[in-house]
Design a protein around this ligand. Structure first.
Ligand SMILES: Nc1ncnc2c1ncn2[C@@H]1O[C@H](COP(=O)(O)OP(=O)(O)OP(=O)(O)O)[C@@H](O)[C@H]1O
Length: 280
């Protein structure tokens, strides 16, 4: 790999609160390559969001970092909005309900890239078009509540990209959406990342979505990186028993959601399909 965008070595994150210490990431060694699409995959609580927030420089004050997290692929320390765009699971959390969506995207443009108000407004409408919001000129004058959940996520994406970042971190951006809308958002993320030559870091618990978007995969389990590499290698020749178990659960992806990860026994990584013998 040429110079990685991000490089983590023996990287730990520990949360501390009144109830004690909660290790969220343990001894992570990972290089993230520029221009590729990385899916960070794992079940709930495995540390995916913690890793995404650490990369974005957004760990909360109570989080203690140890080890190294460097950004050698940037000329200067990366800045949120300008170098790194961020979208979350709930687009309402990143959109101001009292502000017209066009103004929000224009503001993100001006704060990060300067220019006149007119230029920023034009950029906002162009972005609304690029994320496939119909009638961008009219849409720009509407408020977030006047859009569907999927449209709001598209608008949040436009705001995240308005500052022309080179990296987009998407933390479970489709979890709150129905399946059809999910696939539309994933296709859009892939398209905008490809068109802009962006590095995409996509956090998900869903193997099917990860396999639809990722060049590279990093799999977390209980705060540890158990496997990482090109998606084709990880999916075709998984090395770690947890990855093999995770892929075995892929058979159940068409089934009810709650079954997906509950079937892996953390003690021996065997896969237990409810009502059947373990096949791990
Ligand atoms: N602010 C916090 N204070 C204390 N513990 C935290 C905090 N944030 C996360 N944790 C703990 O750190 C661990 C990793 O959490 P994290 O949110 O990174 O996992 P995740 O894989 O993104 O999970 P999910 O998919 O459910 O969002 C969990 O045990 C979680 O309870």
């Amino acid at each position: 790999m040429s110079v990685p965008l991000f490089s983590l070595r023996a990287f730990d994150v520990v949360y501390r609160d009144g109830a004690g210490e909660h290790p969220a990431l343990l001894s992570l060694d990972l290089d993230i390559a520029a221009g590729r699409h990385l899916a960070i995959l794992g079940e709930s609580g495995s540390g995916k969001s913690t890793l995404a927030m650490a990369l974005a420089g957004l760990l909360p004050p109570g989080a203690e970092r140890r080890g190294a997290l460097a950004a050698p692929g940037f000329a200067a320390p990366p800045r949120l909005g300008r170098d790194i765009g961020l979208v979350f699971q709930d687009p309402s959390g990143s959109l101001d309900p009292l502000m017209r969506v066009g103004d929000q995207i224009a503001e993100a443009r001006r704060v990060n890239r300067g220019g006149s108000r007119g230029e920023a407004r034009a950029a906002a409408e162009a972005w609304l078009g690029r994320v496939a919001i119909p009638e961008p000129g009219l849409a720009a004058r509407r408020y977030p509540h006047q859009f569907s959940g999927g449209q709001k996520q598209r608008i949040a994406l436009a705001a995240a990209l308005a500052g022309d970042p080179s990296v987009l971190i998407a933390d479970e951006p489709t979890s709150a959406l129905d399946t059809v809308t999910q696939h539309g958002i994933v296709a859009l993320l892939r398209d905008v990342a490809e068109a802009g030559g962006l590095t995409l870091i996509f956090v998900t618990h869903d193997i099917a979505l990860a396999s639809g978007i990722a060049d590279d995969i990093a799999i977390l389990h209980r705060g540890r990186l158990v496997e990482s590499g090109p998606a084709s290698e990880v999916f075709e020749a998984p090395f770690h028993p947890y990855t093999r178990a995770l892929l075995a659960t892929r058979l159940t992806l068409g089934m009810r959601r709650r079954r997906r990860f509950a079937e892996i026994d953390p003690r021996d990584f065997s896969v237990r399909v409810p009502g059947e013998a373990a096949n791990g």
